[in-house]
Design a protein around this ligand. Structure first.
Ligand SMILES: [Zn+2]
Length: 81
């Protein structure tokens, strides 16, 4: 049997300097600092649209307007895994 070897490059986060080997081809965020712009230098960030950066700063916490209780429960289509 032929062994398929996928060699993934070592990646380095330009934000925090963290080095890691990704397990998937598409790396969304740095596993350490969770920055989506780990592969962007500051210069690139500035060049990029500022609006894009703003998106990252949207807090992911749920707003306090949420009524307590069932909000987080989502019905899963098939037999619940
Ligand atoms: Zn990082």
């Amino acid at each position: 049997m032929e062994q398929q070897k996928i060699i993934l490059p070592n990646l380095k986060c330009l934000r925090c300097g963290h080095n890691w080997t990704p397990r998937q081809e598409i790396v969304g965020v740095c596993p350490k600092c969770k920055s989506a712009y780990w592969d962007k230098t500051e210069a690139e960030l500035i060049k990029a649209d500022v609006k894009t950066i703003k998106n990252e700063q949207i807090p992911q916490k749920t707003p306090s307007l949420e009524p307590q209780g069932r909000v987080k429960r989502r019905k899963r289509g098939k037999d619940g895994k």
